[in-house]
Design a protein around this ligand. Structure first.
Ligand code: PGA
Length: 254
């Protein structure tokens, strides 16, 4: 963490909780969050919950995010959601290019780029996910992969640094596996990504852009990861579904 940068802790609920369970989870979060300032907290429930949780969050400091957003405003795109729809139910954020979208649903750096353009244009803050697979890490291709994902995924975007796009570095081998990157591995990748942003945009944008770590973040390892100078928050999957562990991660960040 760096005192000049925003800290963002986001919970990615993935395809978990029914609407009723989600409302209960959001309710306990809202009640407890009043005591945890200094961190931007975002929850990204499944699409079916967004309207009702958006209403709940009006009385909270936590913000609402979606797990995807399409690059067109409307049209014949069965199964997709537009930025306009998300904004109307209170979303301020959208996760884009999560590795599960890349792996199971054909998401590419090019579609990530289109989605990110649209999100920014519409006024949603994108959380663009990047990260290498285990095979890429083991064959020494981690930095090539990150370079490609940043170069293509963020191509042509107008970044503001503060209050805008967030990058989530999520090594694929660490997602849902219980195998977290060491603080050294996370810091090395985050520093590299910040250098890429400086090259592609400007040193100032690089300095202000939030880079979250994601991949098996828990209450037990959050603090050591968040202590790394270039780690500005976390994208939390499994541990965001339990109120105690998610709050402990928020607490570690504040
Ligand atoms: P995990 O998921 O915390 O369950 O590893 C993180 C993510 O996929 O964003």
């Amino acid at each position: 963490m760096n005192p000049h940068r925003e800290i963002v802790i986001a919970g990615n609920w993935k395809m978990n909780t029914t609407p009723e369970e989600g409302v209960a989870l959001a309710k306990s979060l809202i009640e407890s969050l009043r005591r945890t300032p200094g961190v931007t907290v975002v929850i990204c429930p499944p699409a079916t919950h967004l309207g009702v949780i958006g209403g709940q969050l009006k009385s909270s400091s936590a913000e609402l995010g979606a797990q995807n957003v399409h690059w067109e405003k409307s049209g014949a795109y069965t199964g997709e959601i537009s930025a306009e729809m998300l904004l109307e139910v209170g979303c301020r954020w959208a996760i884009i290019g999560h590795s599960e979208r890349r792996l199971y649903f054909g998401e590419t750096d090019q579609t990530v780029n289109k989605r990110a353009h649209r999100a920014l244009e519409a006024g949603l803050r994108p959380i663009v996910c990047i990260g290498e697979t285990l095979a890429e890490r083991e064959s020494g291709q981690t930095f090539d992969t990150l370079r490609r994902q940043v170069q293509v995924g963020l191509e042509g975007l107008t970044l503001t640094g503060k209050g805008g796009l967030v990058i989530a570095y999520e090594p694929v081998w660490a997602i849902g596996t219980g195998r977290t990157a060491t603080p050294e591995q996370a810091q090395e990748a985050h520093h590299f990504i910040r250098d890429l942003l400086a090259e592609q945009f400007s040193p100032q944008i690089a300095e202000l852009t939030v880079i979250q770590y994601g991949g098996s973040v828990t209450a037990a390892n959050a603090e050591e990861l968040l202590t790394c100078p270039d780690v500005d928050g976390a994208l939390v999957g499994g541990a965001s579904l339990k109120i105690d562990s998610f709050l402990a991660i928020v607490q570690a960040a504040s």
